[in-house]
Design a protein around this ligand. Structure first.
Ligand SMILES: [Zn+2]
Length: 367
């Protein structure tokens, strides 16, 4: 079969490799639609972010390796021994970070706190290939009302569901969301159906602000044309927001905000309010922690998404409570266009992309 393999940062090639053998409690799938996550797209080009060191070490010791591909929709073509919830022909999506199933946390029903399990696409190959081997515990069945293209966004959406749950929004709270990329727009829609009163979103791109308004933002501020903090303060009677989601920080090389938006979040949140850290910065930051102490600010980080979160995302999209269609801007065709999807996703601002660029696979018979 054909699969993308990484030889080093910025060097990935479509190679011929053996089809994996099915394992107990695993399935083989034909990917139908797959997209690089923003993190994967940055790592592919060697830009420091989450898991950079881990990927660098693997490339140095084991290249060429199949990497990435945890955001997908796929159809099961073979089930291994012990698989009980899925059958051949089922359409599935997955969560990426899995519990180890062996540690004291996992054995005491706290597996959502486990960090010892594998991550799909990082510790084992994801779906940038004609066939992929996936553990049953990562999967969820995709409802017939959800398209292949929408289903490829479910993994990211389940992380956003976990982020909004972590925020524990009070009924009627004013919520600010800095950054209207795919996760910012997902947090917007989920916050809206989870008790948020007024929602103020911020981005530097007009197309993102426009989609944000369509998806329910009460105010979509363009940070290039207004002072974000004073605008938010004016809209909240001088108090600041109850909850601020920071979904904009990251590498300025890719058009993201560095750590500037975290400083804005600290200024835009009310005393005793919550900042939810969704963004990754790719390295240490200098922060005036005394401000958190003085103003009783809570800086919280999302739990990893669980099977329950993933199943909830399926219901949210199937029933139209969360809409993904307006965010999917770039759809490519055929496994050979994966490198182009990485390029677009790593530079979304340059290509006017909102969701990562998707790759629709050809059906196996046509390969
Ligand atoms: Zn564990």
């Amino acid at each position: 079969m054909k699969a993308w393999r990484f030889y080093g940062f910025g060097d990935f090639r479509l190679d011929e490799v053996p089809v994996p053998a099915v394992l107990p409690r695993h399935v083989l799938v034909h990917p139908l639609c797959v997209q690089p996550s923003v993190t994967e797209a940055q790592l592919a080009f060697g830009i420091p972010t989450l898991a950079y060191e881990r990927v660098r070490r693997r490339l140095e010791t084991s290249a060429p390796i199949q990497l990435f591909g945890h955001e997908f929709c796929a159809r099961i073509c073979e089930v291994g021994p012990g698989v009980s919830h899925f059958k051949v022909g089922d359409r599935v999506a997955a969560r990426a970070k899995l519990p180890c199933e062996n540690c004291p946390l996992c054995l005491s029903e706290r597996s959502h706190l486990c960090r010892k399990g594998p991550v799909i696409g990082f510790d084992q190959p994801g779906c940038f290939s004609e066939v992929a081997l996936l553990p049953e515990i990562s999967l969820v069945k995709v409802d017939d009302r959800i398209s292949d293209s929408e289903a490829a966004c479910l993994q990211s959406l389940s992380d956003s569901v976990a982020a909004v749950e972590t925020a524990d929004i009070g009924m009627g709270d004013t919520v600010v969301i800095l950054g209207q990329g795919s996760m910012g727009l997902e947090c917007l829609q989920i916050a809206r159906i989870s008790g948020a009163g007024r929602i103020i979103t911020v981005d530097v791109r007009d197309e993102s602000c426009q989609v944000s308004r369509q998806l329910g933002a009460d105010h979509a501020l363009n940070a290039r044309t207004c002072d974000v903090v004073s605008s938010i303060r004016a809209l909240t009677g001088g108090n600041g927001a109850d909850v601020v989601f920071e979904c904009a920080g990251g590498s300025p090389r890719q058009g993201m905000a560095g750590s500037q938006t975290l400083l804005q979040a600290m200024d835009a949140v009310r005393s005793g309010g919550k900042i939810i850290g969704v963004a990754w910065y790719g390295g240490p930051l200098e922060l005036d922690i005394d401000i958190f102490r003085e103003r009783s600010l809570r800086y919280l980080f999302p739990d990893i998404s669980t099977q329950a979160h993933l199943e909830h995302t399926v219901r949210l999209v199937a029933t139209g409570r969360v809409s993904l269609k307006g965010t999917i801007t770039h759809v490519l065709h055929g496994l050979e266009s994966v490198d182009q999807a990485f390029e677009i996703t790593a530079n979304k601002g340059k290509y006017n992309a909102i969701n990562p660029a998707q790759v629709m696979m050809r059906q196996p018979a046509a390969v």
